[in-house]
Design a protein around this ligand. Sequence first.
Ligand SMILES: [Zn+2]
Length: 298
Amino acid sequence: MRIVLLGAPGSGKGTQSQKLVDKYHIPQISTGNLLRAAVTGGSPLGKQAKGFMEAGQLVPDHIVLGMIEERLSHKDVRKGFILDGFPRNIPQAQALDELLDKVHQPLDATILIDVDLDVLIQRITGRRTCLSCGQVYNIYTSPSRLDDRCDKCGGDLHHRMDDNEETIGNRLRIYEAQTTPLINYYRQQGKLKNIQGVGEIDDIFTKLITVLDRLTNIKPEKQREESTKMSTAKKKTATKKAAPKKKAAATKKKAVATKKKAAVTKKKAAAKKKTATKKKAAVKKKTATKKKAAAKKK
Ligand SMILES: [Zn+2]
């Protein structure tokens, strides 16, 4: 299962991605992590990337793609991968498609975890974190009962400075401007799957795996067994259901044949009758003529 995950900040993309990793045992490939690892590890691509970063420039796409290609040669991506943080624009998406075609690992789908802007802003601006125990609250959706104190430990609740509405608004606008073209790009390919990212985390995840299981054959072992059992059971039921149908069809055929036979018999009978009538008529005529002739002679 090879997918790209798209989702705004606050969409829950990270959480869902982690759950997918756990369920399907496929790695999440985050280009941010790849870059950091390559730079730290000092690989040839990492050294190139470091040069750009130190010069305060963006790392060019071909270097990032080189890192993705290298990552795709590892054993653990045989069953698939979840690509996160890449692509961010159309040229990157096209380059990624080319790369994946080249290594015969095309994308199965791009999943968009879709959440309304208002909900995203509430989620992020309403977030409060306990300074003592790290418990997370949301003043809109899951507030602390003690108002500005932690229910668990009584600690102070903290509102992150970059969680204010203006900053969030900007981040979301940038995200939207970047992602809308990508959404269209994958929609045109017929690969876009839209998941509503509102509600309980587990319910969203259920929707997600329903979509993915429909897409691919890769399933966790237990589920595969269950689905095999189910399909066998379904087949049996289908056969059972089909049997009476077959019988009914046969009976119908017979009935049609009988009707046909009857029709033929009728026709035959009618023909016989006709012939008989004709013969009779002919005989009558003959007799009458003979009688007439006899009378004339007399
Ligand atoms: Zn606390």
